[in-house]
Design a protein around this ligand. Structure first.
Ligand SMILES: [Zn+2]
Ligand SMILES: [Zn+2]
Length: 137
């Protein structure tokens, strides 16, 4: 992964700091359908509020983001963890099943050919997932 540009705007508030992350980065991914690796460019932004004090829902001091509550981060002491915002921006942007192309045809389940690049004669659409009969059978 490469970060090309990161812009973080911090604004001090009464109870903490609001932070806006704008990050341009590229990631090498593997297509979930055809398994070809490709590089995807992202330009993402994330807004976080760093709130001074302890998270009332957490008993430990460890600060961690919970899903559904990603816009608030509690911190103690004088330091806020900017890295956390950068990591979250990136993690949230990367799809769990990336596709090289929305139209990706994937691999043939029978012969394994990359159907974006070549055609095959497997009749998978008619016979479903059962073993295909060879043409000259
Ligand atoms: Zn693909
Ligand atoms: Zn095939």
């Amino acid at each position: 992964m490469k970060i090309k540009k990161a812009k973080i705007t911090l604004i001090r508030k009464t109870l903490g700091i609001s932070a806006n992350f704008v990050i341009q980065f590229s990631v090498d991914l593997i297509c979930a359908r055809c398994l070809v690796s490709f590089t995807k460019e992202f330009d993402e932004s994330l807004y976080l509020e760093y709130v001074a004090g302890r998270d009332p829902l957490l008993s430990s001091e460890r600060v961690e983001l919970k899903s559904g509550d990603i816009d608030k981060v509690y911190y103690t002491g004088n330091d806020i963890d900017i890295g956390l915002g950068i990591r979250e921006t990136i993690v949230l942007a990367i799809p769990s099943a990336p596709l090289c192309n929305k139209e990706c045809r994937g691999l043939c389940l029978v012969c394994g050919k990359n159907l974006n690049k070549e055609k095959c004669d497997c009749k998978i659409s008619k016979i479903g997932l059962f073993t295909p009969r060879l043409k000259n059978d």
